[in-house]
Design a protein around this ligand. Structure first.
Ligand code: AMP
Ligand code: MG
Length: 403
């Protein structure tokens, strides 16, 4: 077992375990939002499939309209119309025009369009107050070219990408199965909300913040409830879990007599590492139980969320072959001081303004104060042994799940 790892070493060890191939399922478009593509997607069509008009107006020959102006309008004969989806069957000759509507193919013979705002219709004729121009013609394939790959395996299906898949002509998409992530809370003092809280008890908040984090990272949470600090109870509950791709436990990984998760994994699994030089989240444990990777998250509500975000989220991204990184980094000016820690990398909670490039503390930074994760939208990263003074530039990791 390794111990006292740096954050980077710990992340590497966790990612090394994200080996499995997730199976693939095929979903109709309407069910694929938020899923991750399992294959490259090429367009089945050109779009537009021929030159079309980007505006409502009249398609004609540019040379017929040279010099048209309000003082010297040009008069053309209207020989028909082409709404979107109904191409004009004939050809535009000299001195002729076809009324066209956005998305309609440019009729044969025409090479320019004049905006309807620059015209006046007079029966079978139209007066043009400006020359027709080719700039509002969208050339064939301007948006999509048949056979070209626009979406790739590992791309998250965002609203724009879901629309793009539809525009390319795909009714169904092959996506990765969502990784099943077990969530087990441990602790004699932990009680489900809705039950009366005994003296010294604490409501099980970790299960629900982790559920949200797992969903947000593209996983399928499997709530395994809570167990007391008893090895037999932990083992029994895990036995009922069904197949999982990752197990999250919360609590029971510190130094104490009652730190049951650590004991169970030491005895029945293989502990890959225990303890990382970071704060919060120092007691983090990573193990394998049979083939199952287990992230033993510390019980403090902030610690469990921060460690999932820093290690669990990248693990799921790797399994899902996500093309985007699990989190970004930027630099911002500290509006408040942030306190570092001796020998540990520190992740303080902050309120980041992307527009101002500033970040301020959420206030009480205790690992037990969950409000910092509820209203903070960023982690302020401090290298070991370093405080940040007010006005100093600091590294910031935006929390993707806070608006
Ligand atoms: P532990 O890591 O088990 O030593 O727990 C550290 C702190 O986190 C203790 O104050 C626990 O009461 C608290 N805690 C543990 N599990 C949970 C949970 N599921 N929800 C909220 N707080 C918890
Ligand atoms: Mg405990």
């Amino acid at each position: 077992m390794r111990t006292n790892l740096s954050v980077e070493e710990a992340l590497e060890a966790v990612l090394e375990a994200a080996q499995g191939e997730l199976s693939v399922e095929e979903l109709p478009l309407k069910e694929a939002f938020g899923r991750v593509l399992a294959e490259d997607l090429a367009s089945l069509v050109d779009h537009p499939d021929q030159d079309d008009t980007a505006i409502d107006g009249y398609a004609c020959r540019a040379e017929d309209t040279l010099g048209a102006s309000p003082e010297a309008p040009v008069r053309l004969r209207v020989i028909g119309e082409a709404p979107a989806g109904r191409p004009f069957p004939g050809e535009v000759g000299k001195g002729e025009a076809v009324a066209v509507y956005t998305g309609a193919p440019i009729p044969k013979g025409a090479d320019a369009v004049v905006r309807v705002e620059d015209t006046r219709r007079e029966g079978e004729e139209v007066l043009l107050f400006a020359p027709a121009s080719p700039k509002d013609i969208r050339p064939k394939g301007d948006d999509l070219r048949r056979g070209e790959v626009y979406l790739r395996r590992g791309d998250l299906l965002t609203p724009g990408r879901l629309g793009l898949a539809a525009a390319m002509g795909h009714p169904r998409l092959r996506v990765f199965r969502r990784p099943r992530v077990g969530i087990l809370s441990t602790g004699d003092e932990v009680v489900e909300p809705g039950e009366p809280l005994p003296f010294g008890g604490v409501y099980n908040s970790n299960a629900y913040s982790l559920l949200g984090l797992v969903l947000e990272a593209g996983g399928e949470p499997v709530l395994l409830g809570k167990v007391p600090d008893d090895p037999e109870a932990v083992l029994a509950r895990l036995g009922e879990a069904g197949p999982l791709d990752l197990l999250l436990t919360s609590g029971g990984v510190s130094m104490g007599e009652y730190d049951v998760v650590r004991k169970v994994l030491e005895r029945h699994g293989e502990v890959v590492f225990w303890k990382v030089r970071q704060q919060p989240g120092g007691p983090l444990l990573f193990a394998r139980l049979g083939g199952l990777p287990v992230l033993g998250l510390p019980g403090n509500p902030v610690s469990s969320m921060v460690t999932f975000f820093l290690y669990g989220r990248p693990f799921l991204f790797r399994l899902l072959k996500r093309t985007e990184p699990p989190y970004g980094r930027l630099r911002a000016r500290a509006l408040t001081p942030f306190k570092g820690a001796k020998g540990r990398k520190v992740f303080r909670r902050g309120v980041l303004s992307v527009a101002e490039k500033t970040v301020r503390s959420t206030g009480n930074q205790s690992s037990g104060v969950l409000r910092s994760m509820a209203f903070g939208n960023a982690l302020v990263v401090l290298p070991p042994d370093q405080d940040a003074r007010e006005g100093e530039e600091v590294e910031v990791i935006p929390l993707t799940f806070v608006p």
